[in-house]
Design a protein around this ligand. Structure first.
Ligand SMILES: [Zn+2]
Length: 114
């Protein structure tokens, strides 16, 4: 068995994954850092999307060209929840702001009053 952190052969119990506490800590810190970075990146994208929806939808409802949202850097892959209504319309929400795709590359932005 080799240490997951440094790759050294581990002497002793066969179920040990690290040669010592320092290696275990270093390994765990790296794992945590990766997930923290991932979460930070996703949060930044959500925050940016949210800000764009908020800026475009000042009246409670707005019909906006998708290309304009693309131009502002809106990332359509990131949203917080999906809502499908009985009439079949599908809204993607980022917190309280939602949007659905309309025909001819337009997007309808709404705000859900909580
Ligand atoms: Zn080690």
């Amino acid at each position: 068995m080799e240490c997951l952190e440094c790759g050294e052969k581990i002497i002793g119990r066969s179920d040990k994954k690290f040669c010592n506490d320092a290696c275990r800590n270093a390994y765990n810190n790296k794992q945590n850092k990766d997930s923290t970075n991932l979460m930070r990146n996703v949060n930044n994208k959500l925050r940016k999307n949210y800000r764009i929806l908020m800026e475009l939808n000042t009246d409670g409802k707005a019909k906006i060209a998708k290309s304009r949202m693309d131009g502002l850097g809106f990332d359509f892959d990131y949203f917080t929840n999906l809502k499908v209504y009985k009439n079949g319309s599908e809204y993607r929400f980022i917190y309280d702001y939602g949007y659905k795709f309309l025909e001819e590359d337009f997007v309808l932005i709404v705000r859900n009053q909580a």
